[in-house]
Design a protein around this ligand. Structure first.
Ligand code: PLP
Length: 318
């Protein structure tokens, strides 16, 4: 259960995920683009969250926990995958969702299939999840259980380790493909993925990371990514050499969890040129950000774009 970095880790993902060139998309964008296929991480329907869960579950098991409590929106990729990973390793799972009860479709249906209990906060404020996660964990503790409580997105330094070690995987793939320093573009929500990658790319000297925020204001993301990257460097026992993170704003569209016109257009381009579907909530908007920056002549290749999964939301997002 101990990984190469002496941090407890369980195996959930099928690694390495492919890194492949995207020649027709590159031609359309006017910049060399490669796709890192973390939609193919293998647990459930795949996705970026699987990498962090390897460390978070490792930590939960090392602490003797028997019940994972976390949450998000009813369509949360994170919450479903966390519940699935927990069940696989013998933990019970309770998910907390903001808002009122909604029909179980998409990720919520999959979480229920995985045996997760679900609680709704009755409050549309997304932050209500974090409060109720703590309440549920307290009640479980009082009842004699050993809960492992995690906030939305699993964005902790331990969770962010998933993308620091992904940078080691990428270092090998970039060397094999004879690619020089790259810019790594990805969607940023809770910031754990960018935080880990930011630390990992600096540690491995691979280039720079650009996050496109799809939920929080960019300034908040910069703070969160910096703090997470510092925490990751501490866990790795390496100096924190990552400079200030880059987070691009302006591609949220009508709001978090909703489709945007430019995101749908970007996803259609990637589908038609490369045969890859980008989820509408995260990767489609990040690709829209990349294409817009490329059109302005601001992007120098090669670009590695993170296809971060979210397949269940392809069918449920309005
Ligand atoms: C498909 C997908 N892509 C990207 C992200 C963003 O990752 P993070 O929350 O670590 O910023 C998420 C988060 O849930 C996701 O589900």
């Amino acid at each position: 259960m101990t990984g190469p970095l002496a941090v407890p880790r369980v195996r959930l993902a099928t690694l390495p995920t492919p890194l492949h060139p995207a020649p027709r998309l590159s031609e359309a964008a006017g910049v060399e683009i490669w796709l890192k296929r973390d939609d193919l991480t293998g647990l459930g329907l795949g996705g970026n969250k699987v990498r962090g869960l390897e460390y978070l579950l490792g930590d939960a098991l090392a602490r003797g926990c028997d019940h994972l409590v976390t949450g998000g929106g009813p369509g949360s990729n994170w919450a479903m995958l966390a519940a699935l990973a927990a069940r696989l390793h013998g933990l019970r799972a309770t998910l907390v969702c903001y808002g009122d009860e909604v029909p179980a479709v998409g990720n919520m249906a999959l979480a229920r299939t995985a045996g997760a209990g679900v609680r709704f906060t009755g409050d549309a404020d997304r932050a209500s999840v974090d409060r109720v996660v703590e309440e549920v964990a307290d009640a479980l503790r009082t009842a004699g259980a050993h809960p492992f409580a995690l906030g939305r997105g699993g964005a902790t330094p331990v969770g962010a380790l998933g993308y620091a070690t992904a940078a080691v995987e990428l270092a090998g793939q970039l060397a094999a493909a004879e690619l020089g320093p790259a810019s790594f573009w990805l969607a940023t929500g809770s910031c754990g993925t960018q935080g880990g990658l930011h630390a990992g790319v600096a540690w491995q000297r691979l280039g720079r990371v650009v996050g496109v925020t799809v939920s929080r204001p960019a300034a908040e993301c910069v703070e969160r990514v910096s703090a997470l990257a510092r925490g990751v460097a501490d866990l790795l026992g390496v100096p924190d050499t990552a400079g200030p993170p880059t987070v691009v704003d302006g591609h949220l569209g009508p709001g978090y969890g909703r489709r945007s016109e430019e995101g749908d257009a970007a996803a259609a381009l990637v589908a038609c040129t490369e045969g890859v579907f980008l989820d509408p909530v995260f990767a489609a908007k990040a690709m829209a950000g990349l294409l817009a920056a490329a059109r302005r002549g601001e992007v120098v290749g090669p670009v590695v774009f993170l296809v971060s999964g979210g397949a269940p939301t392809l069918f449920t997002t309005l």
